[in-house]
Design a binder for this molecule. Structure first.
Ligand code: BMA
Length: 308
């Protein structure tokens, strides 16, 4: 039985929560990246008025964040349609000078994936909704693969989705996505109900490191944990290793208690190439943001050793 833990929670967790923005009910499931020697991110802020919006934020150390009190307003495709009233679960992928934001929103009757781009986390341009509705949990790869933009996504339903597998899709122009291939399916005990890609995949010696969430249905609701996989570098729809045990499960009070109990929802991972340390940012109990760190070396060894 695996009982190791690769990730250690930051002692000051949660690093962000409703107290950090007046009017916020919760700040969670948020994505951060290194930016101009510091950090920037896109944050999910649910308001006391029942809204769910994306807000930009900045930090000098990746721990203390200043969140813009105004929601992000995007130009571009149907200006502003993406984040008005309902936008959530962002992922951010650095792609050269651009930062691609993927998030879930409701331009029509159900959840769709929005794609936006920014260079400064001040001005955002929306490309268009991507992926066929309904869909949740999409994230782009940080470079072209086989000459194409590439993303992972998770077809969904209009409700709480009692199913869900991770797919790979590619695009020449960011607008038209296709060649969908199933990467991995929900399976087993802790990830048997549904799975969804988390942080932007990180390119490592073995291929692409993917951290994702997996869900178990219980008689008192769903339990969300973080898992890890390594995908083939040239054919990322091929899974080389995938953890059977979770990497992080909801055990701390701020993970087991909140708006939705028992949720660890990874959205961002930053690898410090100098130290080999990965900082994992995750939403906790749909209420706040947690941070955990671990060594890339240990994580890769754990994924290989505990692969299903
Ligand atoms: C999913 C999404 C996430 C949320 C999770 C647990 O379907 O809505 O935003 O964290 O459920 O409630």
């Amino acid at each position: 039985m695996a009982n190791e833990s690769v990730f250690t929670r930051y002692a000051g967790n949660p690093i962000l929560g409703p107290r950090d923005l007046p009017g916020a009910n919760s700040i969670f499931n948020s994505a951060v990246v290194p930016f101009r020697g510091k950090y920037a991110g896109v944050f999910r802020v649910d308001g006391q008025d029942g809204t769910s919006e994306l807000h930009a934020g900045f930090s000098h150390d990746g721990i203390s964040w200043k969140i813009d009190p105004h929601r992000i307003r995007m130009t571009g495709w149907l200006p502003d349609s993406g984040t008005s009233g309902f936008g959530y679960d962002p992922r951010v992928t650095q792609f050269g000078r651009d930062y691609y934001v993927t998030w879930c929103y409701y331009p029509a009757a159900g959840p769709c994936i929005g794609l936006g781009v920014t260079r400064d986390f001040v001005k955002f341009r929306q490309v268009c909704p991507i992926m066929f509705p309904y869909n949740r949990n999409a994230v782009m790869f940080p470079r072209r693969i086989n000459g194409k933009f590439a993303a992972l996504h998770r077809p969904s339903d209009k409700g709480h989705t009692p199913f869900g597998d991770i797919y790979y899709a590619e695009s020449s122009d960011l607008v038209h996505w296709g060649n969908h291939r199933c990467v991995m399916q929900a399976t087993g005990y802790w990830q048997g109900t549904k799975i969804g890609a988390g942080p932007a995949p990180i390119e490592i010696a073995e291929g692409w490191l993917l951290i994702y969430h997996g869900v178990r249905q219980t008689c008192s609701g769903m339990v969300y944990c973080a898992f890890g996989a390594i995908l083939d570098r040239g054919k990322p729809w091929k899974v080389k290793y995938r953890t059977k045990p979770y990497l992080l499960a909801p055990t701390e009070l701020y993970e087991t208690s909140g708006d939705v109990p028992n949720v660890v929802f990874p959205n961002a991972a930053i690898l410090d190439k100098k130290t080999g340390v990965i900082s994992l940012y995750y939403g906790a109990a749909d209420t706040c943001v947690g941070l955990a760190t671990g060594k890339l070396r240990d994580l890769v060894a754990f994924i290989k050793k505990n692969s299903m």
